[in-house]
Design a binder for this molecule. Structure first.
Ligand code: SF4
Ligand code: SF4
Length: 447
């Protein structure tokens, strides 16, 4: 690719030695597959909000190429454009040339982590996130102080006064999506093995997630009940930790590898036919373990075998077919809008299956929002690291969901649910995981 394109940010074009290292830089072959047509710009959420070429897929590909060619440096001016990418992968779906932007941005993020010195404040907030979020045991220790914090009304106080926004917008963003801590958050009461109801069809492993198991434990419980009601024996290895999505998406190479290996070891010997996950971002990463551990001679094969067994819960249920009878969720018909999570829709190409399942529930009528394929701004920890862009995307998403007139939002990812909940504010509309809706329908429980 010619990198003399005049659209490259000239402030970034100082040639120096600070660039990518030789450890898997963004592949020139993949970069060259971009024909610069610009089709991807219209569906790129960062470009839509920021409005600059360098915050679009095409612009970032120019930057990667120019850094590869040592024409510009990996510095504050260039890194800001990589940081502004949500990793939503909408450009993968839109690109007519099949440019593998996911591989390009993943390689770039790992390079940035290794070769760019972030500011003190940026380093501290990232260290805080990466030393806490992927470790459910550490997060669990924080639950009690957070419960006290909420019970004392401090959360309401900070949200109402916006005091934290002036001190640290990122801290304020973290606070603003903190879910309500309940006594259920302290329980971890799913047994190791749960028998299938009726004739056993499969033995499946279930991944609990880190945020999911603490703040959305009813979703995990619902998933297990739906699976067992449909003839699955469920096995839950308690040694499992995080899936590695957060460190992998932010280029924390070694941390992601260590966590992925731990997950593989946790499920070794369980005899599971499939490994089921109910969170979109986690599923996408779990299916990429063979890429994450491609250079590890000991785990390469194990990672490939593990990844081949991973299924999103909705994908799995449509594949094997529901055997449990479903009952109406309400005495009246129920309008449900399904919120596409990017790592399901663009990352795993799963969009029909959740809709098929929801439509099987008697009385459910599905609504489609405008811009269903555009990110809600959550994007893992993006809403904490880039709060301004995330804020705008969150508002747009909620506006589009509400304008369908739906009674309820079905959201298949904890991050999206938190982001949407934040922006729903005073709008009284429930948000539930599709697995919870199926669970209610199987048990004949009304909303
Ligand atoms: S749509 Fe694809 S080929 Fe066209 S500019 Fe975007 S990434 Fe490049
Ligand atoms: S991953 Fe999303 S935010 Fe990043 S370039 Fe692609 S469409 Fe834009």
């Amino acid at each position: 690719m010619q990198t003399s394109n005049n659209k490259i940010n000239k402030t970034a074009s100082v040639k120096n030695n600070t660039g990518f290292d030789n450890n898997h830089p963004p592949e020139p072959k993949l970069i060259d597959s971009c024909v610069h047509c610009g089709f991807c710009l219209s569906t790129c959420p960062s470009y839509r909000v920021i409005g600059k070429e360098m915050d679009s897929p095409r612009g970032r590909i120019y930057l990667m190429d120019a850094i590869n060619e040592e024409e510009i440096a990996l510095n504050k001016s260039t890194v800001q454009h990589f940081d502004s990418c949500l990793g939503c992968l909408a450009c993968l779906t839109t690109c007519p040339s099949g440019v593998e932007y996911d591989k390009l941005i993943a390689a770039t993020r790992h390079q940035v982590t290794r070769n760019y010195a972030r500011s003190f404040g940026d380093t501290v907030i990232r260290k805080l996130i990466f030393s806490l979020f992927p470790y459910p045991d550490r997060l669990r220790i924080l639950l009690f102080p957070l419960l006290v914090y909420q019970k004392l009304g401090l959360s309401k106080f900070f949200r109402a006064t916006k005091l934290l926004d002036n001190i640290s917008p990122r801290l304020a963003a973290m606070e603003s999506i903190l879910p309500e801590i309940t006594f259920q958050s302290f329980q971890d009461n799913l047994p190791d093995v749960i028998p299938a109801q009726g004739k056993k069809r499969y033995r499946v492993g279930v991944i609990l997630g880190c945020v999911q198991r603490l703040f959305f434990s009813p979703v995990n419980e619902a998933t297990v009940r739906v699976l067992t009601a449909n003839g699955c024996e469920v096995v839950i290895p308690k040694s499992q930790s995080c899936c590695a999505a957060l460190p992998e998406h932010q280029g924390e190479t070694e941390q992601a590898k260590t966590i992925a290996k731990h997950m593989i070891d946790s499920f070794a010997g369980t005899g599971a036919d499939y490994v089921i996950i109910n969170a979109a971002g986690c599923g996408h990463t779990l299916k990429k373990y063979d890429d994450i551990l491609a250079d590890d001679s000991e785990y390469k094969k194990k990672a490939k075998d593990f990844a081949a067994k991973v299924r999103d819960a909705q994908e799995f249920l449509v594949d094997v077919g529901l055997t449990a009878k479903l009952f109406p969720l309400s005495d009246q018909s129920l309008n449900v809008v399904y919120q596409d999570a990017c790592h399901l829709l663009h990352g795993q190409k799963i969009s029909i299956q959740p809709r098929q399942l929801l439509k099987q529930i008697p009385g459910v009528s599905l609504k489609e929002p405008v811009d269903a394929a555009i990110c809600c701004g959550s994007a893992g920890v993006y809403n904490m690291l880039e709060p301004e862009v995330a804020e705008e995307l969150g508002k747009q998403k909620v506006r589009n969901l509400l304008s369908t007139g739906a009674d309820l939002i079905a959201s298949p990812n904890p991050g999206c649910s938190l982001q949407i909940k934040k922006h729903l504010q005073e709008n009284i509309i429930d948000i539930m995981h599709p697995m919870e809706l199926l669970d209610y329908a199987i048990r004949g429980k009304k909303l």
